[in-house]
Unconditional design. Structure first.
Length: 493
């Protein structure tokens, strides 16, 4: 009996301990769920960062690469280069002695003319097919000045190509081959939707190694690297090397979102691609006209510093200050003045001069654009009719025949003088001198300014051509030439 009572007492002690332990566990769970519970679908935790499911990261790019490769091409080009004296590779760094002796000019001056020779320079690049009938996007620097362009497809077939259009400002070129059948093409993506951190693939021809694939992520967007006035590069750490130029940058959907273009010398994991949206916008002009027509307002602008913002009594440094308005150009006709601060174009705010330039260049000639400016602290709107930007003025040739001195000349306008950084704003500027011509023999150089022909002042091509036409085969012609700050006369036969 005593033993039975002892067993029951032990049983009740264990039961009580079990109940206490269960109570403690339940209490801890209630406390944990109260303070650390997962937010429901309608509850958001402040400051929380959503991390993508690691299982969604690609384990292999093989399937997508197999699909994309047929539309990527290798491009080889050939051009003739003239070199004085011994062969000098265009890729060779400048000699340190050139700084002191003027390079080849020094030896030519003191040891006589060195016979020139010609050699064939070859280069390699990449591209991608955008139409079944053979249109291909690449870089302008890949095909520029090329005498022969050869395109090799992924299956080994090769075709001659011709340039359809090119734009040095953005380094984009459109070339064309004539295939025997329908070609595979890339699918164009939306570079505006690209996000920093997105996976990307580059396929190209680095160092001549065909169909090389590299992978990485988007490191940055909207990079300005000083390559041109319309810089807007995608930066990536997917390996890009010489020979990748002109090749495609793909997203993981297999769509082209960029054209691989530039690298940082001696850098690693830093490459740049042109957004495909920019190339897509230029495609109609490249096909139809062979060049890109850009909008022009006729103003010179500069960024706003904090000191300038205080001087102009501006709230911040956003916008662009008009430094100069060119006479009779669109902005001048619309009523803009030097000192105006452009803060918006249409419904888009202007951050700085680079953004303003990109906006204006995107408009078509003849578009009517509303421009918002701050003038003396007051907001004003102006309606500007966009003109055409002409970065390369047409070159006029002097009359041929007895009066041909081997000169290519152009009227020197105030705009051209500003563009070239020349103080003089009148006369005729020498654009090119034909080697071995009479003008070359007497030392006339490009950017020399012709002020007089036979003591007659000339400031227009009509006046220049009229006086040049008076030269006969038995007479010389006297030119007054200005070079920098020096003015001199030179007779030319």
């Amino acid at each position: 009996m005593a033993l039975g009572q002892k067993n029951r007492k032990t049983f009740f002690i264990f039961l009580l301990a079990f109940l206490i332990a269960s109570f403690i566990v339940s209490a801890v769970e209630v406390i944990r769920s109260s303070f650390f519970r997962d937010p429901g679908p309608d509850i958001k935790t402040a400051g929380a960062v959503s991390v993508a499911d690691p299982s969604q990261a690609p384990t292999s790019f093989a399937d997508i690469v197999e699909k994309l490769k047929p539309a990527v091409v290798n491009i080889s080009t050939t051009k003739t280069v003239r070199s004085a004296g011994r062969y000098r590779s265009p890729l060779r760094d400048q000699s340190p002695f050139d700084r002191y002796f003027g390079g080849d000019d020094f030896f030519e001056r003191f040891f006589g003319d060195i016979p020139q020779r010609e050699f064939k320079q070859k280069s390699l690049g990449s591209g991608f097919i955008i139409s079944h009938d053979g249109y291909i996007f690449t870089n302008n620097h890949v095909v520029e000045q090329s005498e022969k362009i050869r395109v090799k497809l992924s299956d080994g077939r090769e075709y001659d190509a011709r340039i359809i259009g090119k734009d040095a400002k953005t380094d984009i070129a459109l070339i064309k081959i004539k295939p025997s059948d329908s070609l595979p093409v890339v699918e164009i993506g939306d570079s505006e939707k690209l996000r920093v951190g997105d996976w990307v693939l580059a396929i190209g021809n680095p160092f001549g190694l065909e169909q090389t694939v590299t992978a990485g992520i988007v490191s940055a967007k909207g990079r300005v690297i000083g390559a041109g006035p319309y810089d807007n590069f995608i930066q990536t750490d997917a390996s890009i090397n010489p020979g990748n130029s002109g090749g495609p940058l793909f997203n993981l959907e297999g769509r082209v979102i960029g054209i691989n273009t530039a690298i940082v010398a001696h850098g690693q994991g830093i490459g740049f691609a042109i957004p495909i949206g920019m190339a897509k916008d230029m495609l109609p002009d490249l096909k139809a006209k062979g060049k890109v027509t850009r909008g022009w307002m006729g103003i010179s602008v500069q960024d706003i510093t904090e000191d300038m913002a205080r001087s102009f009594k501006l709230r911040d440094i956003n916008g662009a200050i008009v430094a100069e308005v060119f006479a009779e150009d669109p902005a001048d006709r619309a009523g803009l003045r030097a000192g105006d601060v452009i803060v918006a174009v249409g419904d888009k705010a202007v951050k700085d001069t680079h953004e303003l330039l990109m906006m204006i260049a995107s408009f078509r000639v003849g578009d009517a654009v509303r421009v918002k400016v701050l003038r003396d602290g007051q907001e004003k709107w102006f309606r500007v009719i966009v003109g055409e930007r002409k970065d390369q003025p047409e070159v006029a040739m002097s009359p041929r025949g007895a009066s041909d001195l081997g000169l290519s000349v152009q009227e020197l306008t105030p705009e051209l003088a500003r563009y070239l950084g020349i103080r003089e704003n009148r006369g005729i500027i020498v654009v090119d001198v034909e080697p071995g011509s009479p003008a070359d023999n007497v030392g006339i150089q490009p950017q020399d300014i012709i002020l007089q022909v036979n003591r007659v002042p000339v400031s227009t091509l009509g006046e220049y051509n009229r006086e040049m036409a008076k030269k006969t085969s038995n007479t010389s012609i006297l030119l007054q030439v200005k070079r920098g700050r020096t003015t001199f006369f030179v007779p030319v036969r």
